[in-house]
Design a protein around this ligand. Structure first.
Ligand code: G1P
Length: 287
């Protein structure tokens, strides 16, 4: 049993090509969902799941992420002087919410390579990985749902959702068998064609790993799309030690593309305490 899980890696070096031209000059992680950038939802989910040491793997053009989690003394002083107390509190809360370190992924060699860039910052302990463009709205934070199984087993855990067969080629797809009421993953394939998919269990960007993953990532050769795939290293890990799957409860939006982004805004906007009702009426009247 391991209760020491405190570190989480956010790969944020991606180019955001699915959201051009919006992401031409600003990071996709800074796209606004209602009133917060996408990455803040991920960081808040991590904190709510007891992971408060954040390792952001960034790249060129991602400075806005660093500025967002940094203290802006000027802005705080201005808000205070103007008596804007609620805004001052919110802005200073964001700057101090987590300990964040930034590591640069110097070449876009794939998700597996991005996670490997955090090797020395994580060290010899279990750690989380979260893909911030997958926004998961749930009662129990998604990373916490994984953490529960990690604490039961001490093993690696991967977040899953069932997807329609015609969409499997967008995801890493896992093969699983039941073991003592848990889903044990036996294999994983990155973005298979429907006829080659081992199941309809899609990997949705939430993971907890034992540090053994780093050794395997270091040996992982380019796979699908010529990239070093995280999925390939996890598939190898699953052959060496148990890796469990968790079917995540909640509504998931792929906010890294325009449709998913709009849906996330509609769902969270319509639940907003101040203007949720008004937005819901507006959306209803559109139909
Ligand atoms: C990545 C992973 C894939 C996973 C997906 C979830 O792919 O490689 O296994 O299913 O995230 O969003 P990407 O969407 O970055 O191409």
């Amino acid at each position: 049993m391991n209760r020491g899980l405190s570190k989480i890696v956010f790969p944020t070096a991606g180019l955001g090509t699915r959201f051009l031209p919006a992401t031409k000059a600003s990071p996709k992680e800074m796209l606004t969902i209602v009133d917060k950038p996408l990455i803040q939802y991920g960081v808040e989910e991590a904190l709510a799941s007891g992971m408060d040491k954040i390792i952001m793997v960034t790249g060129r053009g991602k400075r806005a992420i660093e500025d967002h989690f940094d203290i802006s003394a000027q802005l705080e002083a201005n808000l205070k002087a103007a008596g804007k107390d609620a805004l001052y509190k919110e802005v200073s809360r964001v700057s101090r919410m987590a300990e964040v370190v930034y590591v640069r992924q110097k070449q876009a060699l794939g998700l597996g390579h991005a996670v490997a860039c955090a090797t020395n910052w994580v060290g010899d302990e279990p750690f989380g990985v979260a893909l911030a463009d997958e926004l998961i709205i749930s009662k129990v934070p998604a990373m916490q749902q994984l953490r529960i199984i990690h604490e039961q087993t001490g093993c690696s855990v991967v977040g899953l959702m069932r997807v329609p067969k015609n969409l499997v080629s967008r995801y890493g797809i896992a093969a699983a068998s039941e073991e003592n009421g848990l889903l044990r993953l036996t294999d994983m394939v990155e973005k298979p064609q429907p006829e080659d998919a081992p199941s309809d269990l899609a990997i949705i960007g939430r993971y907890i790993f034992t540090p053994r993953l780093f050794d395997l990532l270091a040996e992982t050769k380019p796979g699908k799309g010529g990239e070093i795939q995280l999925t390939d290293a996890v598939a190898r890990l699953a052959k060496e030690e148990p890796v469990y799957g968790v079917l995540i409860e909640g509504n998931r939006h792929d906010a890294g593309n325009p449709l998913g982004f709009l849906m996330a805004n509609a769902e969270l906007g319509s639940k907003h305490p101040q203007f949720g009702e008004e937005l819901t009426d507006f959306l209803r009247n559109l139909l």
